[in-house]
Design a binder for this molecule. Structure first.
Ligand SMILES: CC(C)(COP(=O)(O)OP(=O)(O)OC[C@H]1O[C@@H](n2cnc3c(N)ncnc32)[C@H](O)[C@@H]1OP(=O)(O)O)[C@@H](O)C(=O)NCCC(=O)NCCS
Length: 278
């Protein structure tokens, strides 16, 4: 089955009316209704692309016919596959993120996974220093030290969003939503500069001050989009596979499982659309 990393450039996707109607018919009715309520077309497109990526993944990798795929959400909103699966597929884990110009997906046959994409962009209504003041509690002193050590305000903002993507990827892997004390998790990023298109796995996570055996895969998709993929521990995931992950599991000390070094594959609309039955 293998690991999957996909990126779909949803901002560049300009569906014709028939395409949009087809795409909307391909997701479950409750999702179609949810997507229909977005005020901005760009948000609706991004959310729809996220759902289509998940369904493409399940159809292709788990060979479940498109119209039999049943996705549900945990109480915190994380989508999971509700179909009865054989034991070989029962650990299959996926997650999507949509922000900026892309929808991205990561999937793993055995590891707990969370993905986040962040686009570096100027804050809407305040200066960068003021924006940082408002966001002070999201990061630890050490993280702010790294963010503010960058040469200019734009690079500081870029480093801010890199940290943000890392934190979100972890929160999304463990499936918790808003409310987690972000001061408990601290990232020690490395290297400081990321080249576009390369995959890095050097960044470390400290949870309550102790280094965690999670792997963080970081990729710069282009000049201003950071993608972070959090990869959990295989044995822990196997033993505790459920759709809600109690936080005390994170701190246990199983052996680590290195994530694979793979790059993001870009998915054009024709490929999402290809071969879907509805
Ligand atoms: C959903 C959440 C987990 C992430 O939201 P986000 O970063 O704005 O959005 P993303 O585009 O990265 O991800 C959204 C997708 O994640 C998935 N998702 C939703 N809830 C999730 C959860 N609890 N865990 C994992 N994935 C989740 C969904 O597929 C969702 O897309 P959809 O609702 O259109 O189907 C958000 O509710 C949240 O709680 N974030 C933490 C907030 C925070 O404190 N961040 C500070 C970081 S420094």
């Amino acid at each position: 089955m293998g690991s999957v990393r996909w990126a779909f450039p949803c901002a560049a996707w300009r569906p014709r009316r028939e395409e949009w109607l087809l795409a909307a018919r391909l997701v479950q009715p409750e999702e179609k209704d949810r997507i229909g309520q977005f005020v901005f077309a760009r948000d609706a497109k991004a959310a729809l692309a996220g759902r289509l990526l998940i369904r493409k993944l399940i159809a292709e990798k788990l060979h479940i016919p498109w119209n039999e795929i049943c996705l549900q959400r945990t109480s915190k909103g994380k989508p999971f596959l509700a179909n009865n699966m054989s034991s070989t597929c029962s650990n299959y884990n996926f997650n999507v993120s949509h922000q900026g110009d892309y929808a991205v997906l990561a999937a793993e046959p055995e590891l707990q996974v969370g993905i986040d994409i962040m686009k570096t962009s100027l804050p809407g209504s305040s200066s960068i220093p003021n924006f940082f003041r408002i966001m002070k509690r999201q990061f630890t002193e050490a993280e702010w030290g790294v963010i503010k050590s960058m040469n200019n305000e734009w690079m500081q903002l870029d480093m801010f969003y890199r940290h943000w993507a890392l934190k979100e990827s972890f929160l999304k892997a463990i499936g918790v939503g808003i409310g987690f004390n972000l001061q408990r998790i601290e990232f020690n990023v490395s290297p400081l500069q990321l080249e576009i298109g390369k995959v890095y796995q050097e960044t470390k996570l400290l949870l309550d001050g102790d280094e965690e055996e999670w792997t963080f895969e970081e990729t710069r998709l282009d000049d201003n989009h950071h993608v972070a993929v959090a990869l959990g521990k295989q044995e822990e995931y196997r033993q505790n596979h459920s759709h809600n992950f109690p936080l005390n599991l994170i701190a246990s000390t199983c052996n680590s499982q290195e994530g694979p070094i793979i790059s993001i594959r870009y998915i054009p609309w024709s490929l999402i659309n290809h071969g879907l039955c509805y």
